[in-house]
Design a protein around this ligand. Structure first.
Ligand code: UGA
Length: 436
């Protein structure tokens, strides 16, 4: 099929490359000339395992290209909208201006019979609103929403072999032209048995925000238990293991620590609340306010623990291990790790941070942040070590060897991924979050 993808960020770049890999002719369109040039050379503009290879193979096959020219959209019959929906400045709601602009662009360059499919995370009611903007002079397009569930760090596999597909089409009609187009786009994963749910527009929009709200709630639930565990001498990791054996609960996304961040979960739960307020349904999602507050308290707790361990913070050398919002990503949007590093610096600590891939992005947000290339350099002379992003190389640090690098054996394991006994055995003062 001839496809276009409007927006080539974390979502769109991966989606475009994945669609070419499935055998389609794909043009990715973005306003950012630098990003388009990088993608056209086969360079991933951000760190995502496997993306570079996927881009190169798509470009070599001749099925994948990138352009800044919206006119390129006219070569496609099905258009994906994959632009960002960031949080509005100073408000909880989502900024839909990029979605609106992308839709207008597709209408301007599309033709009768084209299918327009949104992938961006949007508040419920957006597709209805967009469809109402189609004027008499615009091409007769069919509109659908196909939410994306990819996780950064696993985006390539999640795109090529999704765990489910959701097609939100007008009135949920399976014989809708967009449903037929999408069934062709995803012919391979559907043949391989990927579950498909065909819904109406509103359900598809809600599926995405509900999924992220549920994941955020699960993490904040276990972090709330961590607060209780800290006060009562219980151990939240054992608690998570024990309740996680119940298949109805499940162990995944029950890792207590410094909490969730990134470009999705935090802004999505806020946008969901803002939309509920507009709908007069604030009470239905009021719990998400607590989910957000519990999450942000975990960041403050790490800063507080650092103060407790050091006695006083000003002038003290702190090694921060990790700046990305999660491992296998260079994304620092709303990163708990970066926020803790900045808060400690603001409190007067001499923070030296290391992250295998996110240091440059972190410095772009906070130019005064001192970053080094390796954990060893960050650890040299540190009076306190804080593990904030569980990259494998940090998880595998040897306590005895690490002890030789630092000037004070104090460690906060803000992701609860280290073996406390091994660290305590090597003479470290160890603190996890919600751990004995
Ligand atoms: C999330 C969803 O998981 C994806 O399904 C969704 O497609 C995506 O948002 C999106 O809306 O685009 P992502 O932001 O890549 O994906 O990251 P997650 O793997 O969900 O992790 C989010 C945060 O939660 C990270 O900061 C991670 O460290 C934290 N986390 C995760 C915990 O603190 N504890 C856990 O047990 C799991």
């Amino acid at each position: 099929m001839r496809l276009s993808v409007v927006g080539c960020g974390y979502l769109g770049a991966v989606h475009a490359a994945a669609m070419a890999d499935l055998g389609h002719d794909v043009v990715g369109v973005d306003v950012d000339a630098r990003k388009v040039a990088q993608l056209a050379r086969g360079e991933a503009p951000f760190f995502e395992p496997g993306l570079q290879e996927l881009l190169l193979s798509g470009l070599r096959s001749g099925r994948l290209r990138f352009s800044t020219d919206p006119g390129a959209l006219s070569s496609a019959d099905l258009h994906f909208i994959a632009v960002g929906t960031p949080q509005l400045s100073g408000r909880a709601g989502a900024d839909l201006s990029y979605v609106d602009a992308a839709f207008a662009q597709v209408l301007a360059h599309g033709k009768d019979g084209d299918v327009v499919v949104g992938k961006s995370t949007v508040p419920v009611g957006t597709v209805e609103r967009l469809s109402a903007t189609v004027g008499d002079d615009d091409p007769r397009v069919t509109l659908a929403w196909n939410p994306e569930f990819l996780r950064e760090g696993h985006a390539v596999a999640d795109s090529l072999t999704p765990d489910r597909l959701v097609f939100g089409v007008a009135d949920g009609a399976r014989d809708d032209a967009a449903a037929a187009g999408l069934a062709q786009v995803y012919e391979k994963p559907l043949r391989d048995g990927t579950p498909l749910i065909v819904t109406d527009w509103a359900t598809a929009e809600l599926v995405k925000v509900a999924a992220n709200a549920f994941l955020a709630t699960k993490i904040s639930f276990i972090n709330a238990m961590a607060e209780i565990a800290e006060a009562t001498g219980a151990d939240v990791t054992q608690l998570a293991d024990a309740i996680g054996h119940d298949a109805r609960i499940g162990r995944r996304f029950l890792n207590a620590g410094v909490g969730f961040g990134g470009g999705c979960l935090p802004k999505d739960i806020r946008a969901f609340q803002a939309r509920a307020v507009e709908l007069g349904l604030a009470d239905s999602v009021v719990f998400l306010d607590e989910v957000d507050k519990i999450n942000l308290r975990r960041r403050a707790r790490v800063v507080e623990l650092a103060g407790e361990l050091l006695g006083s913070t000003p002038g003290r050398r702190v090694a921060v291990l990790g700046l990305a919002f999660k491992p296998d990503s260079d994304d620092v949007r709303d990163s708990p790790a970066l926020e803790v590093a900045c808060a400690l610096r603001a409190a007067g600590a001499e923070v030296v941070a290391a992250d295998p891939h996110a240091a440059a992005n972190a410095r772009a947000r906070d130019p005064e942040l001192v970053t080094v290339d390796s954990a060893e350099e960050a650890l040299a002379g540190a009076e306190l070590v804080i593990l904030l992003t569980e990259w494998r190389e940090f998880r595998e640090l040897d306590p005895a060897r690490t002890a030789q690098l630092v000037s004070g054996r104090r460690i906060i394991d803000a992701r609860n991924v280290l073996d406390p006994e091994a660290w305590i055995g090597a003479g470290w003062e160890y603190r996890g979050l919600g751990r004995r």
